[in-house]
Design a binder for this molecule. Structure first.
Ligand code: G3I
Length: 377
């Protein structure tokens, strides 16, 4: 994304006076317009918003965002639940919604160790597939899914979360059955299925130096094998006390050096207490519920709203400083009520991780983020 000072200023001005949904008699600014000269602003869309549209939510998405990622509906278990059965219904509606609203669509995700049915890795129930069989299964899936949306989905999380926090390759069934080169096949099949789509490697905890270095090695290896990698996705599932801006900045610089571009793909900031046994964003982890871990059931106190606002603003100042290598910042959910943090790593909590509250009203963090667009870097 190029950013010209005049373009940026005009975009920001129009954003700040945009006649979008009003709160009281104040028109609410638009994130997408405010940052138009810097990077796209995206949102993860839950399946319910696609299959059971809400006019107020649709209006908020149209006004605030220019990119969208399906939170779950394009994961293997949902779009290809059985070997000979695809369910493209929700994904077709997601793509149609994106086209109607001129959104840059991101496909999430083609190859992942999680939310992938057991049959994918088997030649018969309980019998592991061979390398050749699994490569055929991977290729058919990618051709059928990415091929179906060729020219409509602008970029794909081709492989998601292939690394351990120490930078080594995760011991997934993909790796065990095919070998370390499964990533190369995934990227080559995706490029063959839709040559126009951008291709991403996506992972969490990419602020960790060892994981960041592992991602750099992984992308270098993919490029040496002739694969195209257009950006590295930093999921960016953060807490109030971690990570430090300096860790994130070091990774933005290193990952952009390796891939040319970085995308902030799943941004949220969890204000809830962090169970002692949990780190990162591995969906396979969980922790027992307790009142201590769910302190804001009745709402987020003003002081905490202010802390969250400042923390979001800090990260957006960092993103603005590196807008030349950041393509997109996507929030992992439209509003607090739809945040995955209501159910992970502890089920049944009341999360406050995003910029819009459960009534879709902007929080202080929204205003703080919007203001960074007009700050001199
Ligand atoms: O839709 C069913 C519902 O019918 C059923 O009653 C319910 C029973 O628990 O499950 C519902 O599906 C859940 C789905 O979210 C929709 O809410 C799945 O169990 C649950 O596993 C799924 O969690 C998703 C998680 O990935 C695992 O796929 C989260 O919504 C989603 O936010 C999260 O997103 C991941 C990214 O894909 C990758 N990066 C990390 C990120 C956070 O874990």
């Amino acid at each position: 994304m190029t950013h010209h000072p005049v373009t940026t200023a005009l975009a920001v001005l129009s954003a700040l006076v945009a006649c979008g949904p009003a709160i009281g008699d104040e028109p609410v600014g638009s994130l997408a317009k405010a940052f138009a000269g810097k990077y796209r602003i995206g949102v993860a869309i839950s399946t319910g918003l696609v299959t059971n549209p809400r006019p107020a939510a649709d209006a908020l998405i149209r006004h605030q965002f220019n990119s969208a990622t399906p939170e779950n509906l394009l994961k293997w278990e949902n779009v290809h639940p059985d070997k000979d059965r695809y369910d493209f219904g929700p994904a077709d509606r997601f793509v149609a919604f994106g086209k109607e609203n001129d959104l840059f669509l991101v496909g999430h995700t083609l190859v992942w160790h999680s939310q992938t049915p057991a049959w994918v890795f088997e030649s018969a129930p309980g019998v592991p597939a061979t390398r050749e069989q699994l490569l055929t299964t991977m290729r058919d899936h990618i051709y059928n899914v990415a091929g179906r949306y060729a020219g409509q989905i602008g970029g794909w999380d081709v492989v998601n979360e292939a690394l351990n926090d120490d930078g080594t390759l995760r011991d997934s069934p993909w790796r065990r059955i095919i070998g370390d080169d499964y990533l190369e096949f995934a990227f080559k099949y995706a490029q063959e299925a839709d040559p126009a789509a951008e291709l991403y490697y996506n992972d969490y905890s990419m602020h960790l130096a060892a994981k960041r270095d592992g991602a750099v090695r992984l992308v270098d290896k993919l490029k040496q094998a002739g694969c195209r990698v257009d950006a590295i996705g930093m999921q960016s599932h953060y807490g109030m006390g971690h990570p430090q801006a300096s860790e994130v900045e070091a990774s933005i610089e290193a990952l952009a050096e390796a891939a040319g571009k970085v995308a902030i793909t799943e941004l949220d900031i969890n204000v809830l207490p962090w169970p002692s046994n949990i780190a990162g964003a591995d969906v396979g982890q969980s922790a027992a519920a307790s009142p201590r871990l769910n302190p804001y059931r009745d709402g987020l106190p003003a002081a905490k709203q202010a802390e969250l606002a400042e923390r979001y603003a800090m990260f957006f100042r960092l993103y603005n400083h590196h807008a030349d290598v950041i393509d997109r910042v996507t929030f992992w959910g439209l509003d607090d009520g739809r945040s995955w943090h209501n159910g992970w790593p502890v089920r049944g909590r009341t999360a406050h991780s995003l910029l819009f509250d459960r009534s879709l009203a902007p929080k202080p963090a929204f205003d703080a983020v919007l203001r960074t667009a007009t700050e001199t870097p």
